[in-house]
Design a protein around this ligand. Sequence first.
Ligand code: ADP
Ligand code: MG
Length: 892
Amino acid sequence: MMFHEMKEKDVEKVLNTNVKHGLTQKEVEKKRKQFGWNELDEGEKQSALLLFFSQFKDFMTLVLLGATLVSGFLGEYIDAIAIIAIVLINGFLGYFQERKAEKSLQALKEMSAPQVTVLRDGNWTKIMSREVVVGDIMRFSSGDRIGADLRIFEANNLEIEESALTGESIPSAKNTEIITKKDVGLGDMNNMAFMGTMVTRGNGIGIVTGIGMKTAMGEIAHMIQNADVMETPLQRRLEQLGKILIVVALLLTLLVVVVGVVHGHDLYSMFLAGVSLAVAAIPEGLPAIVTVALSLGVQRMIRKNAIVRKLPAVETLGCASVICSDKTGTMTQNKMTVTHIWSGGKSWSVSGTGYYPEGGFYFKDNEIKPQNEKSLYQLLTFGLLCNHAELKARDKDFYLDGDPTDGALLVSAMKAGLTRESLQGQFTIEKEFPFDSNRKMMSVVVRDKNNRRFVITKGAPDVLIGLCESVLWEGRQVLFHSEYMTQTQRVIEELAGKALRNIAIAFKPLDNQIDIQSEEEAEKDLIFIGLQGMIDPPRPEVKQAIKECKEAGIKTVMITGDHVITAKAIAKELGILQTNSKVLDGQALNNMNVDELEDIVDDVSVFARVSPEHKLKIVKALQNRGHIVAMTGDGVNDAPAIKSADIGISMGITGTDVAKESSSLILLDDNFATIKAAIKEGRNIYENIRKFIRYLLASNVGEILVMLFAMILYLPLPLVPIQILWVNLVTDGLPAMALGLDQPEDNVMKRKPRHPKEGVFARGLGWKVVSRGFLIGIATIIAFITVYRQHLDNLAYAQTIAFATLVLAQLIHVFDCRSERSIFSRNPFGNLYLVGAVLSSVILMLGVIYIPSLQPVFHTVPIIPRDWLLILGMSSIPTFMLAGSLFVRKKE
Ligand code: ADP
Ligand code: MG
């Protein structure tokens, strides 16, 4: 028999589990030994060896290796071996860079791996999805991705979207009934839930019947491709740029070779020099360094609690011009505490802080016993019955498991001595209609010990008020006529004005025969009991973060399902509401199409009483205005907006799997300030990439021009091939990497967001590369000529001087690249990685020049101390010239 044909009891027996206590840790371990982890087999990975060899598949490197072999046959053994060694080292460098990039991307994937809630040893615990075993009792609710195959034995309004399996995108309703029909397909197994499908509504509990490859999903696993496009726009642009640069480098090299041959150099040595030059000048390491810089930046973001799920987001973050953020939990602490209670013309205040379940009730400053106030006590009791949250004690502290709004109501009831346990004998919950932010309500059907039945509904007061026909006023049930209505309305607005989030509670008696099927049936003709108002303090760091965003040209927009007045009060406190900014509510949004919204959206800072569906409209309108939009969300219904935003952001703590999967950034701490930190990091990563592109390309231009100048001026080769390759190794190596680790400039968050279409060489970078490369080339050739004139008989000495000048000029230039302004705008030695990289490069250079056994390999001659003055002077000229010109320009 299959699981869907069995009774719950039989499934329990067959799988050797217990739906009340779950499995014990021992049983779990035993089962895992037997059946393994709950994971799908992944496709093959590129082997390390293959990755290593792929470093050499580049055409010019192959030509170089070929040419080297030829020169080896011709007897130039030392040259040949040295060149091959350098090519190998370069290969290793590329290999390690790519490995590192790959590893950190893998780590990222693991960090955002899904979790599930299972019953183990009698406690509901969150575990990684891969730790699930057959027989586990698993709980799930709207927004979760099902982590294994399950037989459902409890379902409340449960709907699951199974398109991943069946292709059917309309969610199917689930229940617990046995299926007796034979040969039902997956799509009709209504008492089963399958791995990889998505809960879109309601909640439920099931027994795990299959894990890993032994699931319906596992059977088709080979057909599923979850290849995410991980390439960023910049990487794509660099790839195109790379092709152009290769052509340019080859043409210039060809020019060098042709001019050299025409001016009397022999073809063979020009060929080898040309090939070496081409290898050096082609920035083949660029894509790998970009990936490393991106992934290192991503790791820095993780340390700041932001997980990037899609690499392109790193760049887009730097372009963000609007952040649309949820209020509750993201801008506020989501630690709600009931402070005010109102019922039928009477109000009380409640003391105590946070979720600590101790505090008193006060009427006009006098402490009272809540048991003696009928409607107050009823309000507290009903708030506890229509409630899912649980309070757990840990190390003398209390923490909440569940929705914070529910938590506040739970705690206020506990302050009156009510607990879920104490209510268990008196009331049973027959049915539940879970909270959903479209309805902004939740309801339960309850039976009490006297067999009386009733509905309890709690939710947004301004919504609930319209569904009530009577009200409890000073203990008596009266028709909710306009006088009471206005008074209640006034109280709602007054409490909202204190930045309180208000929940109204209502009920209605129910005949025994009536079986309520839908929330519409339950949530009408109610009797209004009263309100509980709760504070949700802003997170302390958010105000400053909003201010910094503003300075960075980024507008912050608050989005909330809360009351307009509550939202306004908090927005004012956080500095979001400016004098001329507007507040728009859900109703107004309903009456507008995207075009109409587009006309005013730039002035709106707060959207209140909105439903998740409105978010999409907001994103579209902002995008139509040319904004790059970051949008947060946590629920299933937020997914479309998160997906269509330029940067979709989901919540690490409260976010559902669905929201997380549609997002490109996850906030581990749900905190708005983390968005700001991520944007700052995103801007910095982009600037760092610009920094080393600038450095690498200027260096390459310098290398080519030295050779070209020499050929044009009828001079001998200023650098021998192995020296060119060595220079390339140093520049492409540590200093470039260190630039990728540079700290942000102090003005990163004082500039406007970058335009997303901006090219790599925008904002003067192209000019900087060319002018700087030109100066490096000139300085090197001058040093070469000066010494060559003095030692006509000693070409190797002049070449060593040129070599040292070129290397030093690049190593000085690298400090310049730290700032787009000038070297003097920040402490040049602030980046210790860079200082270390440059120092070790200098030491390596000195080794090449002064270690006798290396001299024949690199064709070097020891430089006499006096000539270092010349080298230092020439190599620092470019920096001083450019800094000087900047200085002059500023004075003008
Ligand atoms: P937010 O964007 O502030 O989180 P929600 O959409 O979650 O807004 O909530 C909207 C309104 O619904 C709240 O102002 C509150 O009145 C009501 N509400 C919130 N949570 C619950 C709940 N668990 N049960 C009943 N009503 C709720
Ligand atoms: Mg909410």
